[in-house]
Design a protein around this ligand. Structure first.
Ligand code: SF4
Ligand code: SF4
Length: 384
């Protein structure tokens, strides 16, 4: 394993970390197999972005006996309510979630505590100057959290958070797709506008990712790269999503691209199986040619619009629709409808037909995806 400096924290993290999004529905045996294989390979950074209560429990089992050898990152600012992930700033719900997190992970401390998923300035103000930061400080002072970080998808928010001096670690999307998008796109989308509607002044006022990386370098704040494979959408041999054929990279190329930014400490891909883990570990022994990512270029940018990342940050849905799953199945069906896809879609408890188009998901999507329109698309494709 290659280890990299974790900013100015004095910690060294493995160049390949691990997220938990793809083992959410896995059983204990699978989670233990994947996590232990990762630990055996030298992976020492694990992100516990929400997950289901059972995933957290399985992680606790998987890390028994090796807890001290690894760094664990948890998130404050979310909860699971009636089986759905919910981003919330409700103090009681969040604190209850944290207590359960420690319990289920069988540990009394986290190495990084992320203030979770902040994508607007008002929320940032609320987080940094309200109960969330105070509570995070309290956890730090009592030894239950070592470092305080923030997770965001927005360059401007990330800049403000890092500048505040309160943030020691930044979790931010870094991948060839996200980095090719012009910096103003996310901002415009978040405001429900088209980039072309933005004035030159507005565009110029929006910080570039390079400015953000430089600030992190200056402040010694390490970046943990979320969504390193853009939910698999940019991978070769990946059957899901609509970008196949546009940007067919290998996990090795993606990791190589991400680690080319010295401020990035590690990407945290989600691995659903030991095989997927091994595909990423190939980075360690890959040749220069295999790591080469020079085929990435900005001529493809226009094709990336409206690609869902299947992250479910747009939840909760009043109709209990698993928005990421419905969108993913629609994307796959759009390329080629199969009987298996139909079965998977029909087995969902709620799907496109149940959508009441309230639009709350679309407002919450950090990538500006029209999630409500995707429900309509799914209904049309599957006929229900
Ligand atoms: S619509 Fe947005 S928030 Fe929802 S799953 Fe897709 S990318 Fe994630
Ligand atoms: S628009 Fe549809 S999918 Fe989105 S939250 Fe409302 S009901 Fe759920």
């Amino acid at each position: 394993m290659i280890y990299r400096e974790f900013g100015k924290t004095g910690m060294k993290v493995s160049a390949i970390g691990m997220g938990c999004e793809y083992v959410w529905t896995a059983d204990e045996k699978t989670v233990c197999e994947v996590v232990r294989a990762a630990v055996d390979a030298g992976v020492n950074y694990f992100d516990l972005f929400v997950g289901t209560p059972t995933t957290r429990e399985h992680y606790g089992e998987a890390l028994k006996g090796v807890r001290e050898k690894v760094y664990l990152a948890g998130h404050l600012g979310c909860a699971d309510i009636e089986g759905q992930y919910v981003k919330t700033r409700d103090e009681e719900l969040c604190q209850e979630f944290m207590q359960q997190l420690y319990e289920k992970l069988q540990t009394d401390y986290l190495d990084v505590l992320f203030l979770h998923n902040c994508d607007d300035l008002e929320d940032l103000d609320h987080i940094l100057n309200g109960w969330m930061y105070s509570y995070a400080r309290e956890l730090k002072e009592t030894g239950h959290a070592k470092l305080i970080g923030i997770s965001t998808h927005n360059t401007k928010i990330a800049m403000e958070a890092v500048k505040s001096g309160k943030i020691e670690v930044l979790m931010f999307p870094v991948n060839p797709l996200f980095n090719l998008l012009p910096q103003d796109t996310a901002d415009a989308r978040m405001k429900g506008r088209e980039v072309k509607e933005m004035t030159e002044e507005e565009k110029a006022a929006y910080p570039t990712k390079q400015e953000l990386y430089a600030l992190c370098e200056e402040m010694g704040v390490p970046i943990v790269a979320m969504k390193p494979f853009a939910a698999g959408n940019i991978l070769k041999d990946h059957e899901e999503g609509r970008l196949k054929g546009l940007l067919e990279l290998t996990p090795v190329q993606c990791i190589s691209y991400i680690l080319s930014f010295p401020q990035v400490a590690c990407p945290v891909p989600g691995f659903a199986s030991v095989e997927e883990l091994e595909q990423s570990l190939e980075y360690l022994t890959a040749t220069e040619q295999e790591r080469d990512f020079s085929e990435i270029n900005d001529s493809l940018v226009g094709k990336f619009a409206n690609q869902c990342m299947y992250c479910n940050h747009c939840q909760p849905c009043p109709k209990q629709i698993d928005i990421a799953e419905v969108t993913k199945l629609a994307d796959m069906a759009e390329k080629e409808m199969t009987e298996d896809l139909k079965k998977r879609y029909q087995s969902l408890d709620a799907s496109g037909k149940d959508c009441i188009h309230c639009g709350s998901c679309t407002k919450r999507c950090p990538f500006g995806i029209d999630a409500s329109a995707n429900m309509q698309r799914a209904q049309k494709l599957f006929g229900c």
